[in-house]
Design a protein around this ligand. Structure first.
Ligand SMILES: CNc1nc2cc3c(=O)[nH]c(N)nc3c(CCN)c2[nH]1
Length: 373
């Protein structure tokens, strides 16, 4: 078995679970947030800095690495872990979502997706077999089935046709996957915001007995309340002995609300992306450090944070760096944002251990969103 999920405890206040995901490159305490390292690097962070902040697992992308430098190059380096000098677990996404969000002139058929590279414009193709070939070459610990993430909003008929094809693609992935003992293949539940379609997708995929399941097709512009509703009726359809991964999520509130609803793994570009324009997450909400009011503010980004950035630098200095487009600026804000979300997940795990996740959520939201939610 490539991975083993150990369910340690279920919070008595909520449906949240405390777990341990055993992988060939180490153990992941769940619920866990996965920093996104799309091009084989978590932008602006070194692997040592990621270890220092206790990032347990990171995500990388099939689509991007297929285009550049090419999965054959990564395989020649001995795989993604060796190539990027990261010895902890890696999850790779399968490319479906990225093709739709990045490339032009794409065309879906039963075989897969033809598209033009967003870098060179050359015509390319990815389908289930190609997505398995690339991820097998990358050597990530967890690989994702090739799927279509239906847009939001989308007609029920479109979502239904899409999920049926995604299920057929999932079967082809299971057949094409060459290294099931070393790399765990997760199925991805689709079905948009339609309850009966979500149930159909979940039932078809759980019948194929994947080692883990992702919930896809969310965090694509739908209101958060709708996302939470979809989780309420989809998560219970997934086996509680397997890990559940909510793709593309998310903001602090969505991470906590997702954990409350039984999600074990999350990924999102938010902390790294907003850091690059000087937006930071603090225990009292977002702080846009480039704002003029911080020009002479010599306090840390977050007085309640003990990260490298908050122990050594001030808002005024970081504002100066960001305004000056200095590389250290986005390094310091990235370090802090990732540290903030990783600590948030650590606090969520502790709250589950103590059966008080609902209280933790209310206290955290009151501070972060400044109102009693
Ligand atoms: C930002 N929101 C978001 N929604 C996603 C849905 C899928 C999804 O439905 N399928 C796949 N394969 N990836 C998704 C991703 C990329 C996760 N890194 C999503 N990201």
């Amino acid at each position: 078995m490539a991975i083993r999920y150990e369910l340690l405890k279920t919070c008595h206040q909520t449906g949240a679970r405390l777990g341990r995901l055993h992988t060939p490159h180490g153990i992941v305490e769940t619920p866990a947030f996965m920093p996104v390292g799309t091009l084989a690097t978590v932008k602006a962070m070194s692997p040592e800095e990621l270890e220092e902040m206790d990032a347990q697992i990171i995500l990388s992308n099939t689509y991007h690495l297929f285009l550049r430098p090419g999965h054959e190059v990564v395989a020649a380096a001995g795989g993604l872990h060796r190539f990027m000098h990261w010895n902890r677990p890696i999850l790779t996404d399968s490319g479906g979502f990225q093709v739709f969000s990045l490339s032009k002139l794409r065309h879906i058929t039963e075989d897969g997706v033809t598209f033009r590279s967003h870098i060179s414009g050359e015509p390319l193709f990815i389908g289930p077999e190609k997505a398995m070939e690339i991820q097998n070459a990358l050597g990530s610990d967890i690989i994702m089935a090739f799927d279509e993430c239906a847009p939001y909003p989308a007609e029920r008929e479109y979502v239904e046709t899409s999920l049926e094809r995604t299920t057929r693609w999932a079967e082809r992935c299971l057949k094409a996957h060459k290294r099931p003992d070393e790399q765990a293949l997760f199925g991805i539940v689709q079905g948009g915001v339609y309850r009966d379609l979500r149930e159909r997708s979940a039932r078809s995929l759980t019948a194929l007995d994947f080692p883990g399941y992702a919930i896809g097709g969310l965090s694509v512009g739908e209101p958060k309340e709708i996302m939470y509703d979809v989780l309420e009726y989809t998560v219970p359809l997934l086996p509680d002995t397997k890990p559940r991964y909510l793709m593309g999520v998310g903001s602090p509130d969505a991470l906590v609300e997702g954990a409350v609803r039984g999600i074990d793994m999350f990924d999102c570009v938010l902390p790294t992306r907003i850091a690059r324009n000087g937006t930071t997450m603090t225990s009292r909400g977002r702080l846009v450090v480039r704002n003029a009011k911080y020009a002479r503010d010599f306090s840390p980004l977050d007085p309640a944070c003990d990260c490298y950035t908050c122990r050594n630098y001030t808002r005024a200095y970081i504002r100066h760096l960001i305004k000056s487009d200095e590389i250290l600026g986005l390094r310091l804000t990235t370090y802090h944002n990732l540290y903030f979300l990783l600590r948030l997940m650590e606090n969520v795990r502790q709250a589950i251990r103590e059966d008080r996740l609902r209280n933790f959520r209310d206290e955290f939201f009151a501070q972060y969103y400044g109102q009693n939610s």
